[in-house]
Design a protein around this ligand. Structure first.
Ligand SMILES: Cc1cc2nc3c(=O)[nH]c(=O)nc-3n(C[C@H](O)[C@H](O)[C@H](O)COP(=O)(O)OP(=O)(O)OC[C@H]3O[C@@H](n4cnc5c(N)ncnc54)[C@H](O)[C@@H]3O)c2cc1C
Ligand SMILES: NC(=O)c1ccc[n+]([C@@H]2O[C@H](COP(=O)([O-])OP(=O)(O)OC[C@H]3O[C@@H](n4cnc5c(N)ncnc54)[C@H](O)[C@@H]3O)[C@@H](O)[C@H]2O)c1
Length: 473
């Protein structure tokens, strides 16, 4: 067979089959006779489906319900069944099999190509199969990079064979004790479910607060919630040295990776734990992606989905461009990019794209934390004149009704000159589902004067909007 015959042609080739890549392929060919291939090195569905969002939320949701039940007069104490909780997780990750996703791709007319993809020139993708085979794909129209992100393991933890978020979400062997390092979203969520599963958890945070990207009023609530659930939270704590007996880098995911770990803290205190979870952030998965073959570097992808410095045929979606490493954000980018590739320029979604689309984020701690748009500090840094209003979450009786021990806070950030919201933060039980009201208000640039006429139902937690808006008259 000649070289030319070995090249497989598609209209669109997507490298990486996480939620962003899947959506980009789907929107690019939906309702047409165009063809698309997704190149996937592991499981179709990506980090989100098997190692991140799905397993973590499958583990956390029963904890929310149990915490509510434990704090509602009229119900007796709920009992956590560890095996049943892990079985629920296994079911939500389809036992780490992607048969269902492949069936979806077939139905959507998308070809799944197994292997690791890399650019090998303009519109050309080379795929290395795990069996040593190589395939060459050519895209007639577009190539989309959707390779996601990988956990960062800084010194001095690299030699410890530490847990990353994959081990925490896929936990099968619950360590007797664990040090969780980091104060971001992965750290606070994982600390919660690991403690609930029976591990003795110490959360070691370099900064003086948790969730540093959120409003500063958030941290105290999350610290208290973790402490109430048995987590030892140590803020402003540096680790100067870390050693492990018999570190086993080949240990199975979700099992203990060796002997005891000793951490030396800056004040000289030594902490011995059975396992360590490094949750110190993620970086775009751009290693060996062949960017140099088209004159690009990893830095060129930062924050860019389409256009300069990318050639017209090349796009990025999801964590790989680092814009906001969240599934809903990757899917949003994928819808826009997919429609652009499809030439749907008249579609409502492309016809009216605002300049600054606010990014929403929910953290599934107890209490929950949800925010969208700018924090007050970010708004001021941008040079805006802002009005900031706060209220206790339980100032709305509907919020108090959710749980007898309900607590939390809410904040709106208003651009005083334009009279519109630019940011909102909610902390409290069940605030996750409250967030979209703020996202709509910010995206729609609804004048605060008009928001007074959006009437929340009684008695719901949404009445916190009244308490906040009353301060803006
Ligand atoms: C523990 C945890 C919990 C999270 N929870 C949430 C949450 O609740 N909500 C939320 O919005 N976000 C959450 N996130 C973030 C979310 O997981 C990511 O933002 C999301 O997975 C990004 O989607 P993606 O499609 O860009 O990449 P991924 O989901 O990472 O998928 C990328 C895919 O590309 C494949 N790939 C990589 N390189 C190649 C290559 N060269 N060739 C072929 N295939 C390749 C990978 O195997 C993978 O399947 C969480 C993250 C973590 C770590
Ligand atoms: N519910 C959700 O939506 C959800 C859940 C989990 C993860 N995620 C996404 O996944 C991404 C990754 O999460 P993450 O928590 O790993 O990252 P992160 O960037 O949110 O937090 C990293 C934390 O590690 C600390 N850190 C960094 N380097 C360190 C070092 N050398 N030593 C000690 N501490 C260090 C930082 O100060 C920070 O507290 C996030 O951006 C988040 O958006 C989302």
């Amino acid at each position: 067979m000649s070289d030319a015959e070995q090249v497989e042609e598609f209209d669109v080739v997507v490298i990486g089959g996480g939620p962003a890549g899947e959506n980009a392929a789907d929107y690019a060919i939906r309702g047409s006779d165009r063809t698309a291939a997704i190149v996937e090195a592991e499981l179709l569905g990506g980090e989100c489906s098997y190692w991140a969002c799905m397993p973590s939320k499958a583990l956390l949701r029963p904890l929310d319900v149990a915490a509510s039940a434990a704090h509602l007069g009229g119900l007796s104490e709920p009992v956590l069944d560890r095996d049943a909780l892990l079985a629920r997780r296994d079911s939500w990750v389809s036992n780490w099999k992607d048969t269902g996703q492949v069936k979806w791709a077939d139905g959507a007319g998308i070809t799944v190509v197994r292997g690791r993809g890399r650019l090998a020139g303009e519109r050309v993708v080379e795929v290395a199969g795990s069996d040593g085979s190589t395939r060459t794909l050519r895209a007639r129209s577009a190539v989309v990079l959707a390779t996601g992100s990988v956990a960062v393991i800084p010194e001095p933890y690299a030699g410890l064979a530490p847990w990353t978020s994959r081990d925490a979400t896929a936990v099968t062997e619950v360590p007797e004790s664990i040090a969780v390092i980091g104060g971001g979203v992965v750290a606070v969520e994982a600390a919660r479910w690991l403690a609930a599963l029976g591990s003795d958890v110490t959360l070691i945070v370099r900064d003086d607060r948790l969730l540093g990207r959120a409003e500063d009023v958030v941290s105290d609530f999350v610290v208290k919630g973790l402490q109430d659930n048995g987590v030892d939270v140590r803020l402003s704590t540096e680790i100067t040295d870390a050693t492990r007996v018999d570190a086993d880098p080949d240990a199975s995911v979700g099992t203990v990776h060796g002997g005891p770990v000793t951490l030396t803290l800056a004040d000289g205190i030594r902490l011995e734990v059975a396992e360590v979870l490094v949750a110190t952030g993620r970086r775009p998965a751009t290693d060996d992606l062949g960017l140099e073959s088209v004159g690009l570097s990893a830095e060129d992808l930062r924050g860019v989905t389409s256009g300069d410095p990318l050639p017209a045929w090349l796009h990025t979606v999801g964590d790989v461009n680092g814009a906001a490493p969240l599934t809903h954000w990757g899917k949003y980018q994928a819808r826009l990019v997919g429609r652009r590739i499809a030439g749907d320029d008249d579609a409502a979604e492309l016809a009216d794209v605002p300049n600054d689309v606010p990014v929403p984020q929910v953290v599934f701690t107890d209490p929950q934390v949800a925010w969208v748009g700018m924090t007050s500090a970010e708004a001021r840094e941008k040079g805006l004149t802002v009005t900031v209003v706060d209220t206790d979450y339980t100032s709305a009786s509907g919020a108090g009704l959710l749980r007898d021990d309900a607590t939390g806070t809410c904040r709106l950030v208003v651009d005083t000159d334009r009279g519109v919201l630019v940011g909102a933060t909610f902390v409290g039980p069940e605030v996750a589902e409250l967030l979209h009201s703020a996202t709509v208000a910010i995206t729609g640039e609804v004048p605060v004067a008009r928001l007074h006429h959006a009437v929340p139902s009684y008695p719901t937690a949404s009445e916190v909007w009244l308490r906040l808006l009353d301060q803006l008259t």
